[in-house]
Design a protein around this ligand. Structure first.
Ligand code: PRP
Length: 216
């Protein structure tokens, strides 16, 4: 069997992994040993001609853009932030969250514009920049890779731009959302060339997922 007969699927570690693997399994796309904590980096199902790779969340669009993975599952927020040229095939409906700006409750200012020229800690500087500049605001972006909420608590920044899912992290750290930037869910993405070359298999996956995705 040749390499070109396989479809390689990139799945992100973290919150989306379990739901992604579960949904794919429902439509018959799975492999023995496909677990988030697997030490094996490529998990193959020879019979089904599938390969799975498990990567850092932010890297999924990169693998797909370069065609190292034919398809992938990743949040809309991460796709936009990456700026990668990938084909977005389907909204999968799970992983609902939103990107927002929050500040410490006791340091809240009356209007959004009152934060102009302040520092914002974020994993999403690109989306944040496009949001604030569309409002004529100029901010200083401090890129962090995790635990963003720490930024304003220890004086690194005045605010954060981050993902909220349940709101627990904000509550536990006395932060308050002051503006929503965008809503996001998990998406199925494809490499543009793979989508053409492997159209039949990818398209039948899209159709099956369409019928099985939650919340539609
Ligand atoms: C995300 C996000 C928030 C948290 C929000 O972080 O950055 O910190 O989840 O979820 P909640 O509203 O349900 O509390 P993640 O757990 O992915 O880890 P990170 O802080 O290392 O980025």
């Amino acid at each position: 069997m040749q390499e070109k007969d396989f479809i390689t699927v990139a799945l992100p570690k973290g919150k989306l992994f379990g739901l992604s693997a579960e949904l794919l399994k429902k439509v018959g796309w799975s492999a023995e040993g496909l677990h988030e904590k697997s030490r094996k980096l490529i998990i193959a199902n020879e019979e089904a001609r599938l390969k799975f790779i498990i990567t850092k969340t932010a890297d999924v669009p990169t693998y797909v853009e370069y065609g190292a993975a034919d398809i992938g599952i990743i949040g809309k927020d991460v796709i936009l932030e990456s700026g990668k040229d990938v084909y977005e095939l389907l909204d999968l409906g799970f992983g609902k969250c939103h990107l927002m700006m929050a500040v410490p409750k006791d340091k809240k200012r009356p209007r959004l514009e009152d934060y102009n020229f302040t520092r914002v800690a974020t994993k999403f500087p690109r989306i944040a920049e496009s949001f604030f500049s569309s409002r004529g605001m100029q901010m200083e972006y401090i890129k962090l890779n995790g635990s963003i909420e720490l930024g304003p608590l220890i004086g690194l920044s005045e605010s954060i731009v981050d993902i909220v899912e349940t709101g627990t992290t904000l509550r536990e750290n006395n932060l308050e959302e002051i503006v929503t930037i965008m809503d996001a869910t998990a998406r199925l993405i494809a490499n543009r060339v793979s989508y053409k070359l492997k159209f039949d298999r990818i398209n039948s996956l899209v159709e099956n997922l369409q019928q099985n995705r939650p919340g539609f």
